[in-house]
Design a protein around this ligand. Structure first.
Ligand code: ARG
Length: 452
């Protein structure tokens, strides 16, 4: 396309090294969509005669059909998807030579990529909403199941399993908001920025922006061809999302062990061992956790690519899509498989409770009981701490103590102390806004439904 300036052709291995067809061909349909808007605008502004614009558009439609039918075999010699499509168009319709009027590949690449990313993010958004929906259903299903809540991986206080699922609803809902931010930041039209400085020709940037469903044209042509923030915004969303996934998977892997044993994973989502007949391994969860590093890696890859790049376009930017596709493919697959796994996960109510009964996770409840009897919290904490130490030494749980024994250690204790000594009561009584109390979780389930 630029042989005017050159005496020799590009060396074959340089061609191979510099082409981007292997990464950008998947955007072919979006590239044509962008060109269709561009040519319509060229016709409307009089830069092309109406019939010229129409013929070029018809040619583009034909190329689109070839692409859709898988009949278009692009050539690496033409560097990228954009040049391949323009070259094919010009074969079909010689007027195609006028298509690139007032356009550079710099604004074209940005337009095509934004259009493609928008399609993919909308699909991903649907997937993420399904995941959120499953978390709400699980919260409803498991509202009355009590599991140990942990800090430092030590039993802390009993919680409702519904409350646990809603914790992930919150985290993934924030991810949805981050995804929406990425969708918003990509939705401005680069067309008309040209190579970097705009055009001497009287184009209509508002028109192409509207035709392509962008919110508005970008405001600075230099920034337009240099900018890849809409990609870093996606990568940041993806990285935080995967960190949430990884932490969730880790909980389920842990609670699925024989030692915890209160999570039952569906058989279809597990694998066995080639040697140990008893094994049922949580591979889907492990692989999801294992993919997290790659997704974060793609964020870092792009950030490092961008760091120190001079204003405006530099060819380094061609490398921006490799990691983007890899990340999108990974995140899409994780969203999908995790959603179906969570739909089928079960909780063993008895084992979850059995784990709690061995521990001292009602210690805070007892201290708070004493606070209501007028004991200063610090003093109550000390008393219950000492009692817990004594119980551990004597291999007793709180439930083993008679009222006399309670009184020996804590003179303020009345008969009603025995009533608060159940994990269910403990959850039931944690009724502060956002707490694990059943009625609070019910409120939050309704909120989550409304929010979604
Ligand atoms: N294939 C390149 C890309 O995807 C096209 C860049 C065109 N611009 C340039 N100044 N060479 O980024």
């Amino acid at each position: 396309m630029w042989h005017g300036r050159f005496k020799k052709d590009m060396a074959a291995d340089v061609l191979d090294f510099t082409q981007s067809l292997d990464i950008d061909w998947r955007m072919a349909e979006c590239d044509i969509k962008g060109s269709l808007a561009h040519v319509k605008m060229l016709g409307a502004t009089g830069l092309l005669k109406a019939d010229e614009a129409e013929k070029i558009a018809l040619g583009l439609e034909k190329v689109l059909e070839e692409v859709k039918a898988g009949k278009f075999i692009p050539s690496k010699n033409l560097e990228d998807v954009h040049m391949n499509i323009e070259a094919r168009l010009t074969e079909i319709e010689p007027l195609g030579a006028k298509l690139h009027t007032a356009r550079s590949r710099n604004d074209q690449v940005a337009t095509t990529t934004r259009l493609y990313l928008r399609e993919r993010l909308k699909i991903l958004r649907g997937g993420l909403k399904n995941l959120l929906q499953v978390l709400i259903s699980n919260a409803e299903k498991h509202l009355n199941i009590i599991i140990p809540g942990y800090t430092h991986m030590q039993q802390a206080q009993p919680i409702s399993m519904g409350h646990y699922w809603l914790a992930w609803f919150e985290a993934f809902y924030r991810d949805l908001e981050r995804l929406d931010f990425a969708l918003k930041s990509l939705n401005e039209s680069p067309l008309g920025a040209g190579a970097l400085a705009g055009s001497t020709l009287p184009i209509d940037r508002e028109m192409t922006s509207k035709l392509l469903d962008f919110d508005c044209p970008t405001r600075n042509s230099l920034d337009t061809v240099a900018n890849r923030d809409y990609m870093t915004d996606y990568h940041y969303f993806a990285s935080v999302f995967m960190i949430h996934v990884s932490r969730l998977c880790n909980d389920l892997i842990t609670w699925n062990t024989q030692e915890f044993a209160f999570i039952i994973l569906p058989d279809e989502f597990c694998t066995g061992s080639s040697m140990m007949p008893q094994k049922k391994n949580p591979d889907v969860l492990e692989i999801s956790r294992g993919k997290t590093g790659q997704v974060i890696g793609h964020l870092i890859d792009l950030l490092i690519n961008l760091k120190g790049l001079p204003m405006t376009y530099n060819r380094d930017l061609q490398e921006d899509k490799r990691g983007l596709w890899a990340s999108l493919d990974t995140v899409e697959s994780v969203v999908k498989i995790l959603t179906s796994l969570l739909e089928n996960v079960e909780v063993d109510e008895k084992l979850a409770l059995a784990g709690l009964e061995k521990g001292y996770s009602l210690a805070t409840d007892i201290a708070e009981y004493l606070v209501l009897k007028g004991v200063p919290f610090r003093e109550a904490h000390l008393k219950v701490g000492k009692l817990t130490g004594w119980c551990i030494e004597n291999k007793l749980s709180f439930n083993d103590l008679s009222l006399e024994q309670w009184r020996e250690h804590i003179p303020e204790a009345d008969e009603d102390i025995l009533k608060i000594l159940s994990p269910r009561e403990s959850v039931n009584r944690r009724n502060t806004y956002g707490g694990t109390g059943f009625s609070q979780v019910k409120i939050q389930i309704q909120n989550a439904k409304r929010q979604l």
